[in-house]
Design a protein around this ligand. Structure first.
Ligand SMILES: O=c1ccn([C@@H]2O[C@H](COP(=O)(O)OP(=O)(O)O[C@H]3OC[C@H](O)[C@H](O)[C@H]3O)[C@@H](O)[C@H]2O)c(=O)[nH]1
Ligand SMILES: [Mn+2]
Length: 363
């Protein structure tokens, strides 16, 4: 009987090709709710803050955990590019992973329900988004043409219907929306109750505010560009980690002909962080982004930038050239971008096929 039951249970999609990266400063009880969806996958936990604190992980999960001491030991002086006391530290998990795909989620994000009341398996939807092509060059008005019950509409060029590989799947959030501090302050009680049943490719040439709390990507296609910058302790800015990564990633995806999708899946974001603390962390970013975004909108990469690393190094040069006048911070950030690539290539030598090397072990 048991054999037939096990045989009937399908192997979760990409079970051995995807890591789940969680940045955390607290015990991971939230995993209990995700157990049915996450248990078959390997977790990479990036413990931020005090490394002497023990993070409790519920039994039954296969994981490796890295605290600040581990990061310093593994990267040596290059650890300076990994933020401390900010969720930006999660990008260390992307670097140490050996898998082709990454899903990253915050520890205050829970399983949401769709309008029918069904629990949403966010991970499976992200995998579906990543395994289906994107359509950045021509907008399909019936949204994702590859999803069940939809297709390319009349007038959509057949020459473009093959689409391009999808590098990023950006999910959304019910309940607490990812608002900046000023918006949070004026709308403290606002909750996102709108479930929009759509997945959209973000058109080429359009930037977007990438939120890191429910995000998946193809690590082999775009991993080296997923650097979450210098944030938190000792830095003049915080909570722009995912934004910075998203702007760099989108410019590089546009240049390399890769797709970025946003929309389904939703998660349930449960905890609003303190808007006053957030304001202190973000306020420089609120001014700076008025100059940063035109910089990324105008950024072009030369034809000989044929790899993500080459694109990223070129972008770091342009950051140093054009953004250092905004604030000396960008000079430091540009150097950290180079350090990140050096560390990435050290941990991910080009010869090794990323998804074939075994993971690290739980602590
Ligand atoms: O110093 C820290 C603080 C938090 N974390 C971990 O990061 C995750 C997000 O933390 P939290 O849910 O408290 O903050 P939010 O304001 O909701 O986060 C949003 O804005 C900042 C980031 O862009 C984040 O991705 C957004 O979701 C959570 O897992 C904390 O444990 C940390 O590692 N270090
Ligand atoms: Mn949160």
């Amino acid at each position: 009987m048991a054999d037939s039951a096990a045989a009937a249970k399908p192997t979760p999609l990409l079970k051995d090709e995807l890591d789940i990266v969680i940045p955390t400063i607290r015990n991971l009880d939230f995993l209990e709710m995700w157990r049915p969806f996450f248990e078959p996958y390997h977790l990479i936990i990036v413990q931020d803050g005090d490394p002497s604190k023990t993070i409790k992980v519920p039994d039954g999960f296969d994981y490796e955990l890295y605290n600040r001491n581990d990061i310093n030991k593994i990267l040596g002086p290059k650890a300076s590019c990994i933020s401390f006391k900010d969720s930006a530290c999660r990008c260390f998990g992307y670097m140490v992973s050996k898998k082709k795909y990454i899903y990253t989620i915050d520890d205050d994000c829970f399983v949401a329900k769709d309008p029918s009341g069904k629990m949403i398996n966010a991970l499976q939807q992200h995998i579906k988004n990543l395994l289906c092509p994107s359509t950045p060059f021509f907008f399909n008005t019936l949204y994702d043409p590859y999803t069940e019950g939809a297709d390319f509409v009349r007038g959509y060029p057949f020459s473009l219907r093959e689409g391009v590989p999808t590098a990023v799947s950006h999910g959304l959030w019910l309940n607490i929306p990812d608002y900046d501090a000023p918006t949070q302050l004026v709308k403290p009680l606002e909750r996102n109750q709108r479930y929009v049943d759509a997945v959209l490719t973000i058109p080429k040439g359009t930037l977007f505010p990438m939120c890191g709390m429910n995000l998946a990507f193809d690590r082999e296609l775009i991993g080296p560009a997923m650097y979450f910058g210098l944030m938190g302790d000792g830095q003049p800015i915080g909570r722009y980690d995912d934004m910075w990564a998203g702007w760099c990633v989108k410019v590089i995806c546009d240049h390399l002909g890769l797709g970025v999708k946003t929309g389904l899946p939703y998660i349930w974001h449960s905890k609003a962080s303190n808007p006053f603390v957030n304001l202190r962390k973000e306020y420089k970013g609120i001014f700076w982004q008025e100059e940063i975004i035109p910089f990324f909108q105008a950024a072009t990469l030369p034809k000989d930038c044929t790899t993500v690393q080459k694109c990223y190094i070129e972008l770091s040069k342009q950051v140093k050239d054009k953004l250092s006048k905004v604030d000396p911070y960008f000079d430091k950030l540009a150097d950290a971008m180079v350090t990140w690539i050096e560390a990435w290539d050290e941990l991910n030598p080009p010869s090794g096929a990323a998804s074939k090397v075994p993971n690290g072990k739980a602590k």
